[in-house]
Design a protein around this ligand. Structure first.
Ligand code: SF4
Length: 329
């Protein structure tokens, strides 16, 4: 496995304007993603975790330029994605793919599976129909839809939720992407098939480990742990902690991470006894008018005066980055 950075995200912001500037009051913005930076090496896997409204999905869409950024830079294998024009971006699209939460919504209900996956090759390659069919058959086998011939002529509504997500995964990996982002990939599925899809995602990641950067977005840090090595904890558009998932689960530093970890059911009573429990409480503040200072202060059991005044920077603490005055001078 190589170790050079494949994905570099630098100070990315995405602000959505809300309402108009009126006399005496400047224009307001929802700061959905506020100054996020990270790097993923070739073969690296990063989870992005947080409650809904934390900016996870918006960040992913900005990285892929499905949404235009407000500012910042993103480099994929050295290519500055935010400087590409539409034509250049279209050419690069197959190299950065996203698997969405709801497979039914991301598949055209009027097209058969052969067409849905085959279209990727039609749009981005010059190969002929016979070879396209062979590639689709091969992909269906890879994602466990066997025998493939049974699925080629079916419509999405004729498949189960798990089978539809397999089709989405097949389409996403069709042209060997360098960046694969899975956004809540199992949360719309029955509990009985979640484990199978997690296993498939893991197999695909391991198979392409020499060429891929992998991001998994979820509100569930236990899922992130089964799919990724590192994680980024987001709260109201900002990164509050970043490090190895295993370490963050064992010993979360930021009070918000502690809150998230508290919500994981623990089968082992010994671990449960040792775990610092912080109940998830309080309302998530408005993104239009977030609190001054540390955004988490209205919900934090350790809040101090200075937390209400100034945002803590992300600093190195042991083996990770954390943004909290409990760990700074
Ligand atoms: Fe809590 Fe203050 Fe740390 Fe924010 S900076 S998480 S309010 S202790």
């Amino acid at each position: 496995m190589g170790t050079h950075p494949l994905l570099k995200v630098e100070n990315v912001k995405k602000y959505f304007p809300v309402g108009r500037a009126v006399f005496g009051r400047s224009k307001q913005y929802v700061k959905a993603v506020d100054d996020v930076s990270f790097t993923i090496d070739v073969g690296g896997s990063l989870g992005i975790v947080g409650e809904s409204g934390s900016g996870k999905t918006t960040l992913a869409k900005v990285i892929l330029r499905l949404l235009e950024p407000t500012s910042g830079k993103v480099y994929l294998d050295g290519v500055d994605l935010f400087s590409l024009n539409n034509k250049e971006l279209r050419k690069l699209r197959p190299k950065m793919q996203m698997i969405f939460q709801d497979p039914m919504a991301s598949l055209n209900p009027r097209r058969k599976i052969m067409h849905i996956i085959g279209q990727v090759f039609k749009t981005h390659t010059s190969i002929g129909d016979v070879e396209i069919r062979e590639r689709v058959v091969d992909l269906l086998e890879k994602v466990g839809l066997t025998p493939p011939e049974l699925f080629l002529d079916r419509y999405p509504h004729e498949l189960s939720g798990g089978q539809r997500q397999r089709v989405c995964i097949a389409r996403a990996i069709a042209l060997n992407p360098k960046l694969l982002i899975a956004d809540e990939p199992v949360s719309a599925l029955d509990v009985s098939v979640r484990g199978q899809i997690v296993k498939l995602l893991l197999e695909i990641y391991e198979k392409h480990i020499d060429e891929i950067a992998y991001i998994v977005i979820s509100h569930d840090i236990a899922l992130i742990k089964s799919l990724c090595k590192d994680t980024l904890v987001m709260y109201l558009g900002r990164v509050v902690e970043k490090g190895e998932v295993r370490r963050i689960i064992e010993e979360p530093l930021h009070p918000y991470s502690q809150m998230l970890i508290s919500s994981i059911p623990v089968p082992d009573p010994e671990i449960a006894r040792n775990r610092k429990r912080i109940p998830i409480g309080g309302e998530i503040p408005s993104l239009i008018n977030p609190p001054k200072g540390c955004y988490f202060h209205p919900r934090c059991p350790y809040v101090m005066d200075r937390c209400r005044e100034k945002t803590p920077s992300l600093i190195n603490v042991d083996d990770r980055l954390v943004s909290c005055y409990l760990y700074s001078e």
